[in-house]
Every structure is written in structure tokens, then in C-alpha cells.
Ligand binder design. Structure first.
Ligand code: FE2
Ligand code: FE2
Length: 214
């Protein structure tokens, strides 16, 4: 068997391809069924449908950022095992992305126009975390996933109670994100300093508050 070595140009093209698939195409998923299909269909009044669409647009944008963070880290992470772990989590994030996008269509809405901007920002942050070393990189993943779980809890409270399909998606995402966080810590992630955690919360607030509207 021959081993394939990638040049920097290969890496660049692979990452560009993944970015385009994440933003405009259909990236590879694990093939798990969409949890929404097992939920009873929701007939929502217009106001509730609009609210659900806004919240799911934020969640979709969050998954775009998750993709970008993982891709950025995979590019610069040092240990092969860390890279492999991140690439597996990336595929699960693609499930989330696909489920949120499908739900957005059902709610007669569309992804945020700001997604390319947030992808670029999150990719850069992910690559920098990877450069900082595997301990910090894994700690960064764990902290991100913890914050996402908190955010999903808040959205589960805000979603209209009749929107069972969206709730089913967010519940499964929450379970996956908590596992991603636990895996990252188990693989050697370090706890990030408080100012970094506060900064991360501030940045994600900008994302959630803008993509709610556009
Ligand atoms: Fe996710
Ligand atoms: Fe995750």
C-alpha cells in the first residue's frame, strides 16, 4: 500500500472544497436519520413559525462555525490522533448542519447570509487554537462545546412548545456536543483561562444576535 503525502497546495484545495460544501453544498454526513422525522409534525401559527425559523437559523450558523473551527484545527493540530478525533466530530457536526438546514426549509426560511463571514472567522480561530498546541486546542473544543450545550438549553426554552421537530434536532445535538466536549477533555484538553472563556462567549453572542435577524 502506498502512503499519500499532502502538500500545502493540496491542503489549501481540500479546505476550500470543504468550505464550499459547508456553505453551499451537502457535506458528507454519518448517515444517521434526522431526529425530526420521528417527531410529530408541527402546525405552527405564523408568529411561532417565524420565531422557530430565527432560532434554527442561529443554530445552523453555529454549526457552520463548528465546521470551520474543526477544519481550521485539523489543519494545524500536531498529533495525528487529535486530528482524527476532530475529523470524526466534524462529520457529526455535518449531521447537525444538514438537520438544521432541512428544518429551516420546512419553516419556510433560509440560512444566514452572514455564514461565509463567520466561517472565515471561525476557521482562523480554529487554526490558531491548533497552532497553540494540542492541549489548548482540545481545551478550546471542550469549552466551545460546553458553551454550545448551554446555548442549546436556552433555545430549547425559547422554541415554541409545539415545534417538536426542531426540539428533537436540538436534543440530539445537545447529546452529541456534550460527548464532543467530554472526548476532548479525555484526550488531554486543558481548561482555558477565564478571560479566554469570556471572550469566546462575547464572540458567540455577536454571531447569535446577528444571525437571528439575517
Ligand atoms: Fe454541532
Ligand atoms: Fe460538537
Amino acid at each position: 500500500m502506498t502512503t499519500r503525502y499532502y502538500t500545502s497546495v493540496d491542503d489549501l484545495l481540500i479546505n476550500l472544497d470543504q468550505a464550499i460544501r459547508t456553505l453551499f453544498g451537502q457535506p458528507a454526513t454519518t448517515g444517521r436519520p434526522n431526529p425530526a422525522t420521528a417527531a410529530p409534525p408541527a402546525e405552527l401559527p405564523l408568529e411561532e413559525q417565524r420565531l422557530a425559523a430565527r432560532l434554527m437559523r442561529v443554530n445552523h450558523a453555529g454549526e457552520v462555525c463548528a465546521q470551520a473551527l474543526y477544519q481550521g484545527q485539523a489543519l494545524t493540530a500536531r498529533l495525528t490522533t487529535v486530528r482524527d478525533r476532530m475529523e470524526r466530530a466534524t462529520v457529526e457536526e455535518n449531521d447537525h448542519l444538514a438537520w438544521c438546514e432541512a428544518r429551516l426549509q420546512e419553516l419556510d426560511s433560509q440560512p444566514s447570509v452572514l455564514n461565509p463571514l463567520f466561517y472565515a472567522g471561525a476557521f482562523t480561530v480554529g487554526a490558531l487554537a491548533g497552532v497553540a498546541g494540542d492541549r489548548w486546542s482540545l481545551g478550546f473544543v471542550a469549552e466551545t462545546e460546553h458553551q454550545v450545550v448551554e446555548h442549546l438549553n436556552a433555545h430549547l426554552e425559547r422554541l415554541p412548545s409545539a415545534d417538536q421537530p426542531s426540539r428533537a434536532i436540538l436534543e440530539q445535538m445537545k447529546e452529541d456536543e456534550a460527548r464532543h466536549a467530554a472526548n476532548a477533555m479525555a484526550a488531554g484538553g486543558g481548561r482555558l483561562p477565564l478571560p479566554v472563556r469570556v471572550l469566546m462567549k462575547g464572540v458567540s453572542k455577536v454571531m447569535t444576535e446577528t444571525t437571528y435577524w439575517v
